[in-house]
Structures are given as structure tokens and as C-alpha cells.
Design a protein around this ligand. Structure first.
Ligand code: NAD
Length: 498
């Protein structure tokens, strides 16, 4: 029996010996206060393990270990080629253990094992490799001053970095932070979401095995209100890098202001518009892109194309094609390798998302596809693809980040109306335009207020391309060389040449 079979994964899940402790200064340990919290598998609704619950005492320990090794220079002043070799080794170990990592990801979040194996884990490995490979190829500069001076411009690691990440892509998003932060020589305290800490905890063992010096990577599972807040308020943390909701992102800015003005880099929420013009090159392909753009990962994607704007003249035809492609997303057991839609993160979140469907209907939207009617309906955590039409941009389903498989469809006439609707949002993470007209594509791309604009695709991407938002979707960018800016300070050294 191999990994193409449900029984293989069920068997592996039963046999798992889950590491559930904090990782501080190169050692797994219980929380200082001895507390734990229960972690559930949202699909099987069974307890997975009791995870050590980090609090401010553990954050203090982790920050002091991180600071000590940073000042000692074992990692921060190691040659870039040496850091590269260690991170490549970590990536190789992740590859060696990719099935365990994928399984932990699926058990923790309810996402299909197919996607954990194909997207999350390889994406995380690719990210670490990319930054490892980049770091000995980035040069400093010499400023064009007059002949009597030499001004060197270099990048130095910023120091101790707190990384706080969410539950929708736990390992991948952790690696988007760890890659550039570690490659540039920082020490990191990683605080995974209380809903999905297992893959991050597992990384501790691999980092140690790869030869990362003790204290360079510390992993503190725990709740946002205690471990997260303590990290964000800590006076010896130099920068925070965050992915999560806009609400918590704002809170982190306050914590930074209340403490030591640490740098705060935020990847927050989204409500991205996917705009289909009547001249889109291939209507069926656009419909397929639109379905994947909202229903992949059960709709729990920050850049999901949650608002579909369709030119009125093709709306009926487009909706029919969309229904066909939505039908591919049938909720099923996440451990079954044929499943492409798993459960939402937990029952409470599922109820919140279902509440939005009700709200949309009560505010005047029409139900085109009801995700509450599917083969697993009634089974907690499962919700199928849902499409609401006749959505007005003022409705809560068009304004709030629902973070579930619910698509809000609004029709428009002409470019100006499409732009006005798309930009009428407090978020600005992504937007897409489907058109055959090259000039229109460029005109739209220039005027859309979003960090990424996709033309004739939805959410294509690569490690070489920055990712992040305008407006209340955040600041700074993950991925690409631009991310290195967040984890380094610019040092200028001015030398007088007498
Ligand atoms: P969340 O904001 O509730 O939690 C994110 C992290 O912050 C968790 O680790 C949590 O424990 C911690 N946290 C919560 N309160 C805190 C506090 N007071 N102080 C410090 N830390 C605190 O988000 P979530 O529900 O885990 O994830 C979903 C959100 O993440 C969505 O809004 C989604 O758009 C966003 N997201 C954004 C991106 C992006 O790149 N822009 C990517 C993925 C997810």
C-alpha cells in the first residue's frame, strides 16, 4: 500500500508520535507554567495531542536565548555561504520527512493531503532553498560621493525577530518568514497559530539536525493573547513579521508603539476582486480560474478571489461555466488522496462562514449554489462551494473577509465601473483582470489598488515575485529579494580619505 491510498494515510496517522513541546535554545521542553492546550483534528473531530502552551515566561526564555546567540555571532556573523549550506541541509531534511510534514499539516488543518503534499510542503522547501541560494549573491554598495570620501552601504541582520503566523498555510507561511530572516543572520522566535502548531514544532528537530546553532530558531506554540502578545510587546525583539488578520495586525502596531518601536511587517486580510470582461480570451478557463481562486483550501486563502465582478453581457453564460467548475470541489476526507476539498479549520469557523451566507441572503443576495447541501452536510467543519449572486458592494458579504468557500458575484458595465467596484474595499491584496485587450489590461493593472494584479490567471506566483498588500492588507512584502529588506538594517560607513 502506498501514498495513493486512504488506508496508507490512516495507518500513518494512527502510528504518529507527535512532538508537542516548545523548542527553546535547541531543546524541546514543557511550558514554564506547565500548561497545555488541546489540539483537534477538525475532520475526525478527535483530540490529536495536548500541546505545551507557551506564555510570557517562555517568550522571555526564547528571546534571551535568541539574543545571546545573535550577539555571540555564531549565526549572525557566519559567512553567508555557511548559512546557505545549513539552510540547504534543513531543506533537504524537510524533503526527507515531507510525508510526516504533510500529514501533520492535514491533520491539524483539515486541508487535503493531496495539497499538503503537492503545494504546502514543497512550497516551504522551495522557499528555504531560494533564500539559502540567494544570500551569498547579494552585494553591498558604494555611494557615489566625491573623491575625498568612501561611503559603504551594507545590510546587517536586524537582530531578534518575532514571527507570528496563521493557520491556513502553517508551514508555508512560517517558511516565508524563516527563509529571509534566517538567511540574513537573524535569530527567530516563531509563534505558530494555536490551531495548527504541529508542523512548526516538527521543524525544531530538523533545524537542530541541520546544524542551526542553538537559540537561532525557537518555536513557541500558544495563544495570541498570551504568547503572541508577550512576543509583540517584548523590548528585546527588534522586528515582528506577521501573517494573519487585519484586526491583529493593527494590534501589533499598537504593541510596537507601546514598547520599543520594533519594526512591524504585516501580511493581513484581503477581499480581492476577480474581474471578468466580456472579451476574456477563454470563458471556460476564466471560470475554472475563478472557481479555484475562491474554493481552493476551502476558501481560506488571504488572496482568494472572493469578489467576482462579471461584465453583465456574459453573466449568465459565465455562471453556468462556474457552476460546472465548482462541482469539482466536493468536500471529502482530507486523508483520502483523491479529495480536493477538506474541512474548514474548525466547527466554530464553519458556523461563522455559514452565518455570512445567511447575512448575504437577508441583505438581498441570491443563492446560486448552496454549499450547505453536499454529501457531507451535517458533518462538522465541512462546507461546499457557495455562490451568491446579485451582491451589492455595500453588503457584508462583499466587504468582510469571510475566509471560507463563499463567492460574492456582482455584475458591472465597462471598465470604469469595474475599477470603482474593485477599489471600493478597505483591503488591497490582489486583483485579477480577464481580457483579450492588452491596453485595457495595462490600464486596469495601473489603477487597481492591490499588491498583485493577475492578468488572465488567478494567483499565479513564484518565489521571485513579491507578495503583499496595499491599504489594510498590510505593508512590506514576503517572497523575492525584497523580503530581505524587512530583516536587515542599512548600515552606512563614511570614511574620509585625506
Ligand atoms: P489571526 O490574526 O487570528 O491570528 C494570526 C496569528 O496571530 C496567530 O498565531 C494568533 O495566535 C496570533 N495572535 C492573535 N492575537 C494576537 C495578539 N493579540 N497578539 C499577538 N499575536 C496574536 O489570523 P488567523 O485566523 O490565524 O488567520 C486568518 C487570517 O490570516 C486572515 O485574515 C487572512 O487573510 C490572513 N492571511 C493573510 C495572508 C497574507 O499574506 N496577507 C496570508 C494568509 C492569511
Amino acid at each position: 500500500m502506498d501514498f495513493h491510498h486512504l488506508q496508507y494515510w490512516q495507518h500513518r496517522a494512527q502510528a504518529l508520535n507527535i512532538e508537542n513541546r516548545l523548542f527553546i535554545n535547541g531543546r524541546y521542553q514543557q511550558a514554564a507554567e506547565g500548561e497545555t492546550f488541546t489540539l483537534e483534528d477538525p475532520a475526525a473531530q478527535r483530540e490529536l495531542t495536548q500541546v505545551a502552551r507557551g506564555s510570557s515566561a517562555d517568550i522571555d526564555l526564547a528571546v534571551s536565548a535568541a539574543r545571546e546567540v545573535f550577539e555571540r555571532g555564531d549565526w549572525s556573523r557566519a559567512a553567508p555561504a555557511q548559512r546557505k549550506a545549513t539552510l540547504l541541509q534543513l531543506a533537504a531534511l524537510m524533503e526527507q520527512h515531507h510525508e510526516e510534514l504533510a500529514l501533520l499539516e492535514t491533520l491539524d488543518t483539515g486541508k487535503p493531503i493531496l495539497h499538503s503534499l503537492r503545494d504546502d510542503v514543497p512550497g516551504a522547501i522551495r522557499c528555504l532553498r531560494w533564500y539559502a541560494e540567494a544570500v551569498d549573491k547579494v552585494y553591498g554598495e558604494i555611494a557615489p560621493t566625491g573623491g575625498d570620501a568612501l561611503a559603504l552601504i551594507e545590510r546587517e541582520p536586524i537582530g531578534v525577530v518575532g514571527a507570528i503566523v496563521p493557520w491556513n498555510f502553517p508551514l508555508l507561511l512560517a517558511c516565508w518568514k524563516l527563509g529571509p530572516a534566517l538567511a540574513t543572520g537573524n535569530s527567530v522566535i516563531l509563534k505558530p497559530s494555536e490551531k495548527s502548531p504541529l508542523s512548526a514544532i516538527y521543524l525544531g528537530k530538523l533545524a537542530k539536525q541541520a546544524g542551526l546553532p542553538d537559540g537561532v530558531l525557537n518555536i513557541i506554540p500558544g495563544y495570541g493573547q498570551d504568547a503572541g502578545k508577550a512576543l509583540a510587546l517584548h523590548n528585546d525583539v527588534d522586528a515582528l513579521t506577521f501573517t494573519g488578520s487585519t484586526q491583529v495586525a493593527k494590534q501589533l502596531m499598537i504593541y510596537a508603539g507601546q514598547s520599543n518601536m520594533k519594526r512591524v511587517w504585516l501580511e493581513a486580510g484581503g477581499k480581492s476582486a476577480n474581474i471578468i470582461f466580456a472579451d476574456c480570451p477563454d470563458l471556460d478557463k476564466a471560470a475554472q480560474g475563478a472557481a479555484a481562486g475562491i474554493f481552493y483550501n476551502q476558501g481560506q486563502v488571504c488572496i482568494a478571489g472572493t469578489r467576482l465582478l462579471v461584465e453583465e453581457s456574459i453573466q449568465q453564460e459565465f455562471l453556468q461555466a462556474l457552476r460546472k467548475h465548482a462541482a469539482a470541489f466536493v468536500p471529502g476526507d482530507p486523508l483520502d488522496p483523491t479529495t480536493v476539498m477538506g474541512t474548514l479549520i474548525d466547527q466554530a469557523h464553519c458556523e461563522k462562514v455559514a452565518g455570512y451566507i445567511e447575512q448575504g441572503l437577508s441583505q438581498g443576495a441570491a443563492l446560486f449554489l448552496d454549499g450547505r447541501e453536499h454529501p457531507r452536510s451535517g458533518h462538522a467543519g465541512y462546507l461546499g462551494p457557495t455562490i451568491l449572486t446579485q451582491v451589492d458592494n455595500a453588503m457584508s458579504v462583499a466587504r468582510d473577509e469571510i475566509f471560507g468557500p463563499v463567492l460574492a458575484v456582482t455584475s458591472f458595465n465597462g471598465e470604469q465601473q469595474a475599477l470603482q467596484l474593485a477599489n471600493d474595499s478597505e483591503y488591497g491584496l490582489g486583483a485579477a483582470v480577464w481580457t483579450r485587450d492588452l491596453s485595457r489590461a495595462h490600464r486596469m493593472a495601473r489603477q487597481l489598488k492591490a499588491g498583485s494584479v493577475f492578468v488572465n490567471n488567478y494567483n499565479d506566483g513564484d518565489m521571485t515575485v513579491p507578495f503583499g498588500g496595499y491599504k489594510q492588507s498590510g505593508n512590506g512584502r514576503d517572497k523575492s529579494l525584497h523580503a530581505l529588506d524587512k530583516f536587515t538594517e542599512l548600515k552606512t560607513t563614511w570614511i574620509s580619505l585625506e
